[in-house]
Design a protein around this ligand. Structure first.
Ligand code: ADP
Ligand code: MG
Length: 306
């Protein structure tokens, strides 16, 4: 099976797609952006053994490689439109490719994004996805924009993916926590809902504290006070690990791909979201217990080049 055959069999989809004048098959894709929109572009590479475990099923690798990109679009308040896929494969294994494509297109169809091209090379297993979305001109959410006194909110209960990865590493191959890691759900509709409402937004890929730090830094060097009792603990996470490991997962665990955002006074909290703290002038992030005392929290997120 050569590259053309591989692409035709596993990645080319027939049928007209909005905005796609030419998709897979020519030298490059030819796209028609919507009028009065800005393009929002992102790219992420997943390397086997580094960004996902060696034995993660190919369906999950396919889903996840797109999910992490869609989450970036969600964090910008963008609507997904088109994506490119670069695959580096040690061998062209048909069963592997079919499973990978199945996970990838499951999410692509759900999210309404079209695969319009890519590249296929031989090498150690790595997957790069480039995704493009659209926002009405001037309407994108950004990391900068949080103001002192504003409410810090999160789109769900953090820490499940980190717990799921640890469960995987200790041998679990199923269950809700593992699924949170293997199949993160990008919060695309929440991103759209936050447009024109949230003053700053990011997706939590490195950990709650680390990603909140990015918002605060981009917004002018503010600090934050988080109320530990208000940072949700999901039912799945509640039954896992020790108090300390749950805390590390909630505050330091990456891979959840929840949206973290700030709301000005009066803005309604979207369904499923929690208000977890406040932006303050004094730099640094403090996590407070129910009595207002600062907790020393473990885990400051993942850095590739610490
Ligand atoms: P070129 O040699 O001009 O780079 P390729 O032979 O790499 O072109 O690709 C031929 C067509 O197949 C192009 O439209 C390209 O975007 C598409 N393509 C290649 N690999 C992939 C892939 N993994 N997924 C989707 N489309 C792909
Ligand atoms: Mg090529």
């Amino acid at each position: 099976m050569d590259e053309f055959e591989l692409v035709r069999r596993f990645f080319r989809r027939d049928g007209a797609v909005p905005g796609v004048e030419l998709g897979i098959g020519d030298d490059a894709a030819l796209l028609n952006p919507s009028p009065d929109c800005q393009l929002v572009m992102t790219m992420d590479t997943l390397v086997q053994g580094r960004h996902f475990p060696e034995d993660l099923p190919p369906e999950d690798i396919g889903w996840r490689s797109l999910a992490v990109n869609l989450s970036d679009l969600a964090a910008m308040g963008a609507e997904p439109r088109w994506c490119l896929l670069s695959l580096s494969l040690p061998v062209a294994d048909e069963a592997w490719l079919a499973a990978f494509a199945s996970g990838f297109f499951q999410l692509a169809e759900e999210a309404g994004i079209a695969l319009v091209g890519g590249d296929t090379v031989r090498g150690s297993l790595a997957v790069t996805v480039q995704a493009t979305g659209e926002v009405p001109r001037g309407g994108a959410l950004r990391r900068a924009g949080a103001g002192v006194g504003e409410r810090i909110c999160i789109g769900g209960a953090p820490g499940e993916a980190a717990a799921g990865l640890q469960a995987w590493q200790s041998g679990a191959r199923g269950g809700a926590l593992v699924r949170h890691f293997a199949r993160p759900g990008p919060q695309l509709s929440l991103g759209l809902e936050l447009r024109g409402v949230a003053t700053a937004c990011i997706d939590v890929s490195d950990g709650l504290l680390a990603d909140l730090g990015h918002i605060l830094e981009a917004s002018g060097g503010w600090g934050a006070e988080l109320r530990d009792a208000d940072v949700p603990v999901s039912a799945d996470l509640a039954g896992w690990g020790t108090e300390e490991s749950r805390q590390a997962a909630r505050y330091g665990g990456g891979d959840d791909y929840l949206l973290l955002f700030t709301l000005p006074a009066g803005a309604p909290l979207p369904a499923g979201c929690s208000e977890i703290g406040t932006v303050v002038a004094e730099p640094g992030i403090r996590v407070l217990d129910a009595t207002g005392k600062a907790l020393s929290v473990v885990g400051w997120g993942w850095k590739h080049f610490p």
